[in-house]
Write a protein that binds this ligand. Structure first.
Ligand SMILES: CC(C)(COP(=O)(O)OP(=O)(O)OC[C@H]1O[C@@H](n2cnc3c(N)ncnc32)[C@H](O)[C@@H]1OP(=O)(O)O)[C@@H](O)C(=O)NCCC(=O)NCCS
Length: 225
């Protein structure tokens, strides 16, 4: 089982321009000398989860994060799980404070799982976010960030804490679950597929071919100009 492709800091979401992605998008952009460097999926599924999906998940105890007391442990697991990611990796206490200052933030929406036999360590978290209903949308419950410590990957913890997060969002009134995921993040995509999520839409970011080549992204970009 392989993990996601590492993304360099130059590909931070706020450093890129994003466009709605469709089947002809790459070809159109290529005509302007641009190549795709990121593809971000939005996946959704109706809530609540079916009973059999809930009962198939490993029973785990989760609790709400405790600010300050849990900060080091939360940053540790986040930065290990997202070491490959320019937006979600490399977080500091300042990043945490900035997120907590957002109007939508609530401690109760950040679920954590304590590592067994490791006092003070968190080995998984599911950070959720509620989007109030709008004219065209129901109340959406977002899996804002989810991470499992690499030492516990493949043990069912990711699935279990995602289920806990979706159950939490259902209790908060969400009619649908949603999340954003890199299109090549195979472990996460498999997990979401198995939980009944389907692709809702996609956004892509492009760079001039020469810049993309310099970043050495491991993409098949053809010959540099
Ligand atoms: C995605 C992540 C949370 C999965 O956690 P995990 O504990 O390893 O996953 P689980 O053991 O619960 O597996 C869940 C399902 O995904 C599948 N899966 C997990 N890792 C996989 C991999 N590397 N390749 C293919 N499928 C994989 C499992 O087969 C499992 O399917 P099942 O329910 O049919 O058994 C974990 O890999 C992680 O923290 N990744 C880094 C952070 C991240 O990418 N978060 C998601 C951002 S949107």
């Amino acid at each position: 089982m392989t993990g996601p492709r590492p993304l360099p800091p130059q590909l931070r979401a706020d450093a890129l321009e994003w466009v709605a992605y469709d089947a002809d998008c790459d070809e159109r952009q290529l005509r302007s000398g641009l190549v795709r460097v990121r593809l971000l999926d939005q996946w959704r599924r109706p809530l609540p989860l079916e009973h059999d999906l809930v009962s198939a998940a490993a029973p785990i105890a989760v609790r709400a994060v405790v600010p300050d007391a849990d900060d080091d442990a939360l940053l540790h697991v986040n930065n290990r799980a997202f070491a490959w990611h320019p937006d979600q990796g490399g977080w500091t206490t300042r990043t945490l404070s900035e997120r907590r200052a957002e109007g939508w933030y609530r401690d109760e929406d950040v679920l954590v799982h304590d590592a067994p036999d490791h006092a003070g360590r968190i080995d998984a978290f599911c950070w959720t976010k509620l989007h109030p209903a709008t004219d065209g949308e129901p109340v959406l419950g977002e899996i804002y960030a989810i991470g499992v410590d690499p030492s516990a990957h493949g043990t069912g913890l990711g699935r279990a804490i995602t289920v806990a997060g979706l159950e939490h969002l259902t209790r908060r009134g969400a009619a649908a679950g949603m999340l954003y995921v890199e299109h090549d993040n195979v472990p996460a995509l498999r997990m979401y597929e198995r939980l009944g999520f389907t692709l809702h839409d996609q956004r892509a970011a492009y760079l001039p071919a020469a810049d993309a080549h310099r970043l050495d992204l491991g993409l098949d970009l053809g010959d540099p100009e």
